[in-house]
Structure formats: C-alpha cells, structure tokens
Design a protein around this ligand. Structure first.
Ligand code: TXA
Ligand code: MG
Length: 309
C-alpha cells in the first residue's frame, strides 16, 4: 500500500483534482470517485478506473445551490424548491445542462445531474475548488458501493491518487435522484431523501415502482460475491434454508431500516470477507428509506445470481 494514500488533507485533494487526478470523496451517502468535471481527460480516467460504460452519466457535485444553478440552462421551480430544502443532503436533481457541461459527463444527454453533498470535508473541498466535481460511487462497475475510505482503497487501490477520509458514511445508500427537467418531476432512484419527503413539497408523477430507472442503472448492480436471497420475514428465511449446506448468514433489515441502510454496504462486504455463500436478507417495508434498501438489494440479488462463482 502506498504511504499516505488515505488522509484528511483537503489541500492535497484540491491540488490533485486541479491537476486532473482522482480523489476518493467522502459524502453522507457513499464515497465518490471525484474528478474535475471540466477536464475531459480526468473524466475519462473515472470511466476507465471504474470499468464503467462511457454512456452512463455522472453526477456533478457542487458546494451550493448558487453554483448548482450555473450548471443548468433551465433551472426549474422543482429543482429550486428541492435544492433549497434538502441541500446539502442526499438528493440529486436532473435539469437541462448548460453550455459548460461536457458531453463526457452526461453521457451525451442534454440533461445533467447535480447535487450538494452533506459532508463537511466534501463541502470544504468543493468550496475551495469552486467548480464541479463529477463523481460516481468509488467502486468497480456493478459491485458493492464503498462507505469507508478503506473500502475505496480495497476496490481501486493505486488507481485513485488520494482518498479523503471522512469516516463511515452516515446515510449509507446513494442519493435520491429526481428528474426535475420534466413538468411533473419523477423519482428515478430512491435514496437518502425519502419519496414522502419529496412529495411533501412537490407533486411527483405517480409512476414510481421504487426500483431505480436512471440510465445506466442496470437490474444487476451493487452485487457482492455471495448469493443474495430476499425474504419478507424471518420465517420465510428459516424456511428457505432447506438443507443447504452452504455457509449462510441472515440479516434483518426490517427492524431498524435507517441503521441498516447506513451499515448495508459494509455488511455485504463483510459477508464476502467471511466467505459467506448465501446471504438471506429480511426486507424492510417499502416506505421511507426502506424503498432505497429494497431497490439496492433487489439489484444485488440479481447481480449475485448472474455472476460466475
Ligand atoms: O449518492 C450518490 O449519488 C453518490 C455519491 C458519490 O454522490 N453517487 C452515485 O453516483 O451514486 P453513480 O454514478 O454511482 O450513480 C449516478 C446515477 C447513475 O445511475 C446515472 O444513471 C444517474 O445517476 N444519472 C446521472 N446523470 C443523469 C442524467 N442526466 N439523467 C438521468 N440519470 C442520470
Ligand atoms: Mg454507483
């Protein structure tokens, strides 16, 4: 391991992003793999390090609502009211992109996703940087998202120039993505800000199935190596064990969904470290943060089924 690759030196992170490098960025949701959104070569590095298809758009992270507006040619009422209510926080809004936004960031789309993350170190870096940092989650494409600096190092190793250590992520699941470019906004990915909280201030198009539909959100995603089996209650988990002689574990996400969300990706990673072959998870109710947990675990279950073991 390179010395000093993990640290809390915002000045060093700033210098690296200015020079077109990659920084592991702590946020309240998951760690991001951040690069200057205005440098094509830096953006290209994100895609190659993650192994992510080039047409999957990235979220641009900025320090404030004022800066967010400059990334859009058509800042809508819903973007304004959601941003002013929930930023800094686990919410990304999609709006028409302004001329400063590179096609490499949006995957060729005319819209861009922007968010102000609710994490002190991320905000400090963004305030000093002044521009936008494009950052997907800092994991290999399709794999489990990182919620500690060590997870980022485990996944990306030498490919990341510096990892800003902001401790474990508080929310633990990615931001809620709301398409605010539409007349009636739509939730494309359930996340840290609940659909109920959004609906309390803007009318949403009622097409939400609770399963994310943002471009690039494949059905198989967030997948650990072990097989993930989803059940609705503990009895069903016990019943599904059968005579399986594989090494299994049962987790219950229904008791305290908020705490489960914040630990979820660490728990999935721990299963792999412990050599678990089959993981049973009791799902939370599909309300509040429960929707985001169900979405990610449904994708983890598909991903785990589809990978060769
Ligand atoms: O919490 C988060 O959102 C984390 C942290 C690092 O901020 N980031 C994150 O990024 O989850 P990523 O790249 O793993 O997921 C971003 C999702 C992608 O699935 C993409 O489809 C969607 O955002 N997205 C980005 N730009 C979009 C656009 N213009 N239209 C529709 N969806 C978009
Ligand atoms: Mg991701």
């Amino acid at each position: 391991m390179r010395r000093g690759v993990i640290g809390s030196d915002v000045g060093r992170a700033l210098e690296i992003v200015r020079n077109g490098g990659l920084v592991g960025l702590p946020t309240e949701t998951v760690y991001g793999l951040a690069a200057d959104a205005s440098q094509k070569t830096a953006i290209a590095k994100i895609f190659s390090v993650k192994g992510r298809p080039n047409n999957h758009p990235l979220i641009v992270h900025v320090s404030s609502l004022d800066v967010a507006r400059t990334w859009s040619s058509q800042w809508t009422y819903s973007a304004e009211i959601l941003g002013s209510t929930y930023w800094p926080g686990p919410l990304s809004v999609i709006v028409q992109k302004s001329s400063i936004v590179l096609d490499e960031v949006t995957g060729g789309h005319q819209t861009v996703a922007v968010r102000v993350p609710g994490h002190e170190l991320a905000l400090e870096l963004l305030q000093q940087f002044k521009g936008g940092l494009a950052a997907p989650s800092a994991n290999k494409f399709g794999k489990v998202s990182p919620t500690t600096a060590q997870h980022v190092l485990d996944d990306l190793g030498d490919d990341v120039d510096y990892i800003l250590d902001g401790g474990p992520c508080r929310v633990g699941v990615e931001s809620t993505i709301v398409d605010c470019s539409l007349e009636v906004p739509v939730v494309l990915r359930p996340g840290g800000i609940t659909a109920e909280a959004i609906e309390s201030i803007v009318a949403l198009d009622n097409v939400d199935s609770g399963i994310s539909r943002a471009p690039g959100m494949l059905l198989a995603h967030y997948a650990p190596l072990c097989e993930v089996v989803l059940v609705e209650n503990m009895q069903q988990a016990q019943g599904s064990l059968g005579d399986a002689n594989s090494k299994y574990r049962i987790l219950d996400a229904s008791i305290d969904p908020t705490s489960f969300a914040s630990a979820m990706y660490s728990l999935l990673r721990q299963c792999d470290l412990d050599g678990i072959q089959k993981l049973f998870v009791v799902l939370p109710e599909p309300i509040g943060i429960g929707l985001a947990i169900r979405d990610r675990l449904t994708k983890a279950a598909h991903g785990s089924k589809n990978q060769s073991r």
